[in-house]
Design a protein around this ligand. Sequence first.
Ligand code: SAM
Ligand code: SF4
Length: 362
Amino acid sequence: MSVSLGLPRVRGAGPGPSGAPAGTGLMDRHGRRATDLRLSVIDKCNLRCTYCMPATGLPWLPAAQLMSPAEITRIVDVGVSRLGVTELRLTGGEPLVRADLEQIIAGVRSTHPGLPISLTTNGIGLTPRADGLAAAGLDRINVSLDSLDADTFRALARRDRLTEVLAGAEAAAAAGLVPVKINAVLMRGVNDHEAPELLGWALERGFALRFIEQMPLDADHGWTRAEMVTAAEIRHRLTTRFRLTPHPGARDGAPAQLWEVRPAGGGDVLGTVGIIASVTEPFCGECKRTRITAEGRIRSCLFSHEETDLLGLLRTGATDAELAERWRAGMWGKPAAHGMERPGLDSEAYIQPERSMSAIGG
Ligand code: SAM
Ligand code: SF4
């Protein structure tokens, strides 16, 4: 059983000294420097994936608490111009639920023409908007897709929307939002048998599939170590159809470990597959992430129990220098590791973060 502490601690009074040496960007006291910004534009979602949301949804933030397009543009600019942020991923909740997503992207793009901007989406409503997102300045898209079977999709997402998601991924490719990446979470006894089929489907379309180990970030607190499908199991399942060899390229802090894929019987490389093994093969020592929640709070880690309010400070009229210093302070205390990998630490002892994945911004 996981334990919820209720609400994360929010730090926010005064800019305050960060403790980080001056002029070093988003350093933490363990020597890592964050350059990769994950920014959630909304907590609300139109699916109810069992590993993320409760069936009834969650209490959504009022619109006035969400960052506006101008506020997002300003925050990203502080990150890029003052703190060494080099890439931006927009996420949620479901970012496409925001009607002004194109405006958000265009605002960031107008101030930073060279910044790589990507989007993580469940693909619902993507087909009619893919061209407009690309025109606004979006570079790439990750579409989450856990099953190619309509019944299994419905069981996992608690909504009957598979056809729309498949069409959305194709529309993203047609709009040039490439390489299209596909994120899949495997759940034991539900869709884990589909791993080879999902990979075959992605390779045929030139999509880059990444399996993500299920993490204890679900609002229902249903995760258990015994039930989660591990990276080793995923690799084993794929060997029924494919042969995997480590990708020769440098990982460079990327969460996914990349593998080259060949047919099981040998032959040419068909493409790659990524496995994000946050639980069983964690990569915290190489982490480059800094996160902003939909209401503008800094989280140094997915698994933090503490947040630092940036939007509140911005709304009091703070200068860019003050915002940058608050952000640096929020990152300095980033934990060395999430702790789930420690031998002997089981789901009985693990303290799950107060917020679930959709509310943090995955
Ligand atoms: N709604 C969008 C989507 O689903 O792509 C963006 C937000 S979602 C929180 C981002 C990613 O987090 C998705 O790929 C989803 O599969 C993943 N995710 C959600 N809950 C998770 C969990 N408990 N463990 C691992 N991945 C999770
Ligand atoms: Fe929504 Fe994404 Fe969470 Fe599924 S994983 S419920 S699509 S936020």
